[in-house]
Write a protein of this length. Structure first.
Length: 146
């Protein structure tokens, strides 16, 4: 009888623990910060824009003069934050900057320690999350299409 009671209590407690699911923040797209947007100026070249903002998430299939940067954060409480920056080029020069969402707010994500590869990098060397440099050592863009 006592063994059965212990088994029932253990099973009940285990089932309660199984219901405690960890939910993490889910960021998607290009990270957009107020500092990045404030650095954009009309007249910048496409390569300068890539150095500030990174490669765009989406290129317009019908108009290569428009680059779209989209950021979406779904936090653990299911709150959704969306930001969008659309850049319009005239030739190779930035002509217009369109924004939507709360661009002035920094993204709220959990703070984590930097990976060991980032700590080992020199002050001028950027390391992407997979550990590969984000720019060419010769100073150009890592994107060969630019």
């Amino acid at each position: 009888m006592q063994k059965t009671l212990k088994l029932i209590i253990f099973s009940f407690l285990f089932s309660l623990l199984a219901a405690c699911v960890y939910k993490r923040d889910l960021p998607q797209g290009n990270l957009i910060t107020p500092d990045m947007v404030s650095q954009l100026q009309p007249g910048m070249s496409r390569q300068q824009v890539v150095q500030v903002m990174g490669s765009p998430l989406m290129y317009n299939a019908f108009d290569d003069a428009r680059w779209n940067y989209i950021y979406r954060l779904k936090d653990a409480d299911d709150n959704i934050t969306e930001k969008q920056v659309a850049l319009v080029f005239n030739g190779n020069q930035l002509a217009d900057i369109e924004t939507s969402g709360d661009i002035d707010a920094s993204p709220r994500m959990q703070q984590r320690d930097a990976p060991a590869s980032a700590a080992a990098a020199g002050p001028g060397e950027n390391i992407s999350p997979v550990g590969t440099p984000t720019s060419n050592p010769e100073g150009g863009s890592a994107d060969p299409t630019l």
